[in-house]
Design a protein around this ligand. Sequence first.
Ligand code: CAA
Length: 287
Amino acid sequence: MEIDDIETIAVLGAGNMGHGIAEVAALSGYTVNLRDIKEEFVQDGYEQIEWSLEKLAEKDQITDEKAEDALDNVTPYVDVEEAVGDADFVIEAVPEQMDIKQDVYSDVEEHLPEHAIVTSNTSSLSITDLSEVTERPEQFAGMHFFNPPVRMQLVEVISGEHTDEETLAVTEALAEDFDKTPVRVRKDSPGFIVNRILVPLMNEACWMVSEDAATVEEIDSTTKFDMGLPMGSFELGDQVGHDVTYHVLEYMNDVLGEAYEPAPFLEELIEEERYGKKSGEGVYDYE
Ligand code: CAA
């Protein structure tokens, strides 16, 4: 399999990351089958792509024609067989839970062409463990984008224990074709590289609020202006989705130990379903 053999990409999951990844692939001229389990979910993802493309065109970051072409490249699906039957490459971006991802792979695999590579946009879960429930562990890798995919340059390409070199090389070439910069993650450890560093930072900010050591405003102005991050820690948490951060932390806590215990303030956000921008409210209010 080579990069030139890829025409159709199936993106599984039309949420925050899935729709953004589909948009990136469509902007690079691929035929994109965007699939989610309910009509309303996939439609919502499609409309977010439309919104984003319009926004990029308004700001002259792409032409109107390019925006229209990209949207034409995306077809929404609910039926699995239709979504993956002609796919050369799959990017799975369903919720960050091992059992959900494994169920998706079993649904997909019976309809998927043999040559197709399957990748997961998981933020932290073991690529080796995920690959072992598939019938193609050598053709399985991590392909981890950052939020928002259309704006973020980096893609982590993660090797599991069984991933073959051809799969990694094609995945990296695809990331480059998306105009992204792939970085190969050699070791399949929880959180890979970016989240191993970033998620504890967001959690530590939550611990400080839980302990009343500093306020949200103090922490965000310090991380944004003094530490030079593009967003404050809580703005970033709202962008990423606190549910995603929480799942990553729970997994890191299980595998790596108590340094990764989620802070009470983060747990409060989860209990109150204040997930961030995507739910209309997180640490900040977006309604
Ligand atoms: N498509 C098009 N436009 C978008 C958009 C999208 N998907 N998302 C936001 N925008 C628009 C906004 O609506 C806003 O538009 P207006 O100016 O019209 O209001 C505009 O972009 C904001 O962009 P700016 O150019 O003003 O802001 P910026 O140059 O500061 O860039 C940013 C925004 C690129 C998101 C920047 O703040 C940034 O890099 N933030 C950090 C993001 C980050 O670190 N992400 C990684 C998180 S970790 C992760 O994702 C991994 C994981 O597994 C948990």
